[in-house]
Design a protein around this ligand. Sequence first.
Ligand SMILES: Cc1ncc(COP(=O)(O)O)c(C=O)c1O
Length: 388
Amino acid sequence: MFSHRTNWDLKPNRLSEALARHRTNDRPLLDLTASNPTECGFQYASHAIMRALCSPRTIEYRPDPKGLEPARRAVAQYYADRGARAAPANMVLTTSTSEAYSFVFRLLCNPGDEFLIPTPSYPLFDFLADIQDVKLKRYPLIYDHGWQIDMHALEQAISDRTRGIIVVHPNNPTGHFTRPEEMAALNQLCMAGKMAIIADEVFLDFSLLPQPPQSFCANQDGLTFTMSGLSKISGLPQMKFAWLVISGPEQLKREALARLEMIADTYLSLNAPVQLAASVFLEMRHGFQQQVMPRIRANLAELDRQLGAQNKCSRLHVEGGWYAVLRVPATRSDEDLALELLDQRSVYVHPGHFYDFHHDGYLVVSLITPEKDFGSGMKQVIELCSGG
Ligand SMILES: Cc1ncc(COP(=O)(O)O)c(C=O)c1O
């Protein structure tokens, strides 16, 4: 009855089952994975948000497959504020970055074609690829005082079916940005092999680096699809508003845009009210980010304070994003450790294997967790890992 591409193992994993039991039993929970910004205690200008959705033009239906022009201009302004140029004509709006990935896979891949993805990284790619009949090959990121792409392994992973390379900038959960020399190497490979670069920049604004990192939307060498959206930038995932910026050699860019416009026209998936409110929601990023960055810094400082008082656990270097990777003793599997933390200490963390870490000894925590929970939860994690 069903397609092979949906033959997923849909059984909940041991940790989700344990979490569901924990919640049904009404036990207290210190959730160190909290990453839904609307549930992390940030202040939102609720009335202004609701007012922005009430434009008289919401009554009209005048769709534009690439997205309404004022909304694309608002996205262009977002990049201009960062000192980057992204013309409204070179954009396609989507309901989410997940939808943007799907459009790009549809544009570039025949069934069975391949994309390269970083590992460790964000766990949604496998499903996105399965649904579009795309195969994923992994290229390793290596950690040596900081993260970097294993360029040799990446080159080895390229085959004649490879249509593009995905970079997450900064990556989730490793929190590192693609370096300018890595961008240059990726451009060389993509231009030589007729491949595209797909840059996922949903966390671009959450940088801890001294200088703001460059967006890939300025990349003119290889054909480049840069994506982001309101989910993280303004902390408004419920609005379902994201975008794709296309840059690169003129002829390729024009052809990609024309084909993407057709894909987008087939769905016309964005609603008018959110597009009409986009400029207001994008402006709201300042108020949101002014709350998030101090929280990330405070949680990292608290983490370092607690880690400094012991020698069993440490953390990996973070350059940006919402997550920290903890290095813990690999005395049991990461999943067993996460289960113990939940059952014995009411603390919820993600085991490294959720993000494709290949060895035990890694836990991932969210740095946007409310400070009090973060401090109390980390105390429990460190105590349990230290055999306390
Ligand atoms: C790296 C990365 N890309 C994309 C997304 C999804 O964003 P959207 O809500 O726009 O689909 C997430 C969500 O956590 C993410 O971590």
